[in-house]
Design a protein around this ligand. Structure first.
Ligand SMILES: Nc1nc2c(ncn2[C@@H]2O[C@H](COP(=O)(O)OP(=O)(O)OP(=O)(O)O)[C@@H](O)[C@H]2O)c(=O)[nH]1
Length: 312
């Protein structure tokens, strides 16, 4: 970080979020304490490994914030007017994130002591800082929620993934057992999918998987879960459904795909696919692994019987 030339400019400082509506007399004193610094693109301004005694205000360029590692995706971008380093500045701990210049940037640097003195004089600045921190907390909470939801969803098909299956099975198997209700599991596998990929291309195969996911999910109740279990394998958890009814549901799903002879996709019109299904009903003290193993054995049988059918 190199010192940069900066002509002290009260108006410019008043436009920074932290100093908005702060009395001119208070800022006048502070103006002499600012040090302007130049950052090259890619230069690390703050790192969790280095203690921080400064607050940085961005007056030119753009900064990116990374959590955990610089190899992760940036969690946020700081624009002109934003500040960096306020968390470590307040709690006097190491910075909680990396802050890196996205392109050549200029920051104003203030030592903590200069600012602490101003805090005593300016409730407005305290309020600005609190608002800024609240915004950061809310943004952080939103990111946690998004990443939690994303962690349960398969990105190609939008179905739940295996992580969610473990979670939902725990909940639904306990609930069904407690209420003396049945619970069934269907294991579905797209037929001859390797040949489909070979013939129409992997991208076409991806669209076929999306078709399967969409066709199946549109026929399920909100309390059912459709999970992409692996490549071209899906699992459906059917709470409060015994095997006879589950057989009916599985059949209906199988036929609905069988009836789609072709569909439109971004790579053109593609042939539909069929599925084979294995069914298992939960038994007392069944584990998820046990239930899946029985549905998988039934699926194997369906494949042996010529595919596009349901066993179990
Ligand atoms: N397009 C695409 N293909 C996938 C995906 N995941 C797995 N596959 C393919 O699915 C195919 C599965 O092939 P196999 O396990 O041999 O089964 P199959 O050809 O469907 O034969 P049967 O199951 O016996 O009917 C493989 O070629 C995988 O590459 C995916 O996300 N997209």
């Amino acid at each position: 970080m190199k010192p940069a030339h900066w002509q002290a400019d009260l108006q410019q400082v008043q436009q920074l979020r932290l100093f908005q509506n702060v009395a001119t007399s208070s800022l006048d004193q502070l103006l002499r304490e600012f040090r302007a610094c130049e950052l090259e693109a890619g230069e690390v301004l703050l790192s969790p490994f280095n203690r921080n005694q400064h607050l940085y205000l961005l007056i030119e360029g753009q900064l990116r914030v990374y959590l955990g590692s610089l190899d992760n995706q940036a969690v946020s971008t700081l624009e002109v007017g934003d500040c960096a380093g306020e968390i470590s500045f307040i709690d006097n701990e190491h910075p909680s994130a990396y802050v890196v210049a996205e392109r050549p940037s200029i920051v104003l640097r203030l030592h903590r002591e200069s600012l602490v003195a101003l805090f005593q004089q300016s409730p407005q600045m305290m309020q600005n800082l609190l608002e800024l921190l609240c915004e950061r907390v809310r943004k952080g909470n939103r990111q946690i929620l998004d990443s939690e939801q994303n962690a349960n969803v398969d990105t190609l098909t939008g179905c739940f993934n295996r992580r969610w299956l473990e979670h939902v099975f725990e909940r639904e198997s306990t609930r069904c057992a407690f209420n003396d209700e049945p619970l069934s599991l269907l294991m579905l596998d797209v037929d001859h999918f390797k040949a489909y990929n070979d013939q129409h291309g992997h991208l076409a195969g991806d669209y076929a998987l999306c078709l399967v996911a969409h066709t199946l999910s549109s026929q399920l109740r909100p309390k059912d879960s459709l999970i992409r279990f692996g490549g071209e394998e899906f699992v459906i958890l059917l709470p409060e459904i015994a095997d006879e009814a589950a057989r009916g549901i599985g059949e209906r799903l199988r036929v609905s795909l069988e009836q789609i002879a072709s569909f439109y996709s971004p790579v053109g019109v593609l042939p539909g696919v069929t599925i084979s299904i294995g069914l298992a009903q939960m038994q007392q003290k069944d584990s998820l692994q046990g239930l899946i193993a029985r549905a998988d054995a039934a699926l194997y049988q369906a494949k042996q019987q010529g595919r596009n059918c349901l066993c179990g």
